[in-house]
Design a protein around this ligand. Sequence first.
Ligand code: PLP
Length: 492
Amino acid sequence: MLGDLPEEEFRKALRQASDWVADYRSRIEQRPVSPPGKPGDVSATLPSTIPTMPVPFETVMADFESLIVPNLVHWGHPAFLGYFGSTTTAPGILGEILAATLNVSAMTWATSPAATELEAVVLQWLREMLRLPEKFFGIVYDTASVATLHALAAARESLQLDIRNLGLSGRSDLPRLRIYASDQAHSSIVKAAITLGIGEINVKRIESDDLFRLDLNSLKLAVQHDRSAGYMPLAVVATVGTTSAAAVDPIPEIASFCKAESIWLHVDAAYGGALALLPEACDLMEGVDAADSVVVNPHKWLFVPLDFSTLYTKHPHLLREVFSLVPEYLRGDAEQSEINYMDYGIQLGRRFRALKAWMVFSTFGETGLVTRIREHIRLARLFATWVENDVDFELLAPVQMGVVCFRAIVEQDSGDLLAQTNDLNRSVVRSVNATGRAYLTHTGLGGKVAMRVAIGNVLTTERHLADVFGLIKQELQKVSKFELRSGAVARP
Ligand code: PLP
């Protein structure tokens, strides 16, 4: 009962697990994308207390296969088209397995020199692919939410209000701080404001235009109004690739405004940053080099499995000013290098995330990344043409990335057309997902409920998308209580 599993047992289990991984990947298409169950179903099949005596790995693996796996949503399934797709890739899986084996912490350089140095190397590769100038210092976090939190903490520090030392509570000398972001910007900005003591109410949502881009004039008016009311702007957050429609805010204009007003500009390119790799699409990232900080998530569209988010900033000293805190017990290690990534964030222990990114970037190469992203855009545009050519559907946003937002439309209605069309589109998504043959999400765009398809999985092909579009049409006919324009309706 001491020590680890015996070596032979471990080898056998490892072979079993690696075969399972390869089989899972090659046969994933045969599985339902999502399970039919309800909350509590899985826990009801598991013991409520830890087994007193050791359970053989084979039994645990059998439970994993029979109780856990069938009750998962298979994000790596080629017909999983929810959120921002899935970045499962073979080199990413291998990187995760090896990182778990090493289980090192990249908190200081000395605690694992190659972990820190590989992180710096991968960040430099990515910075160059993103076409960001050398003055951008990078750091890896788990998620964009956490990266944005750190960027806004640095922005808060830039105001020289001595908040690290004195905090916020009980201070009458502080102005009200404001963060500006469009009504399409991600909720992580609000969460960062909550966490940093800025307050949810002080995230000023700026209206977006009919293409879901932040409206510059409204931003200018909001800042002007706030300044005259005695508020202090803390940051503007602009987005390249909004969550709902993958819209792109007018970054160059926002950057000029922020420069003139001396306001920190943070760009959330968590999803859209990947476009910087494509010569024909990198103009969508134009102006980002003028930002103070930018977040890009390789776990959204650069084929590195969850989690791997990168923050680049021109002001790393501010991150250090907020977060560097070296207790005596870490000093011996910390003193051995200039760069210790623990100094740039909340976390002390840091996973060796750079390993999987290095493996993905190396084995695919820049050309492999570019070709795959380009194919996803082609597929999204193709899907959009199917929508446009079908009288029962309409596109709700331009398609410039891997996201297609569209809705079913009905010919007739009784009463409130918008509400009924919205209900119908929600029902179609639910109905499609209930088949287990695809997974979509819905979103809201200008009051309209949109079905949303996000393409970013290396396994997704034209055939899968054609099947999914056929399935959407089939489920639409099933759930619609109204006549469709095509006349193809199965009235209940
Ligand atoms: N920013 C945008 C534009 C997003 O769409 C998302 C999530 O989808 C996030 C940030 C948050 O990402 P994460 O899950 O890495 O925190």
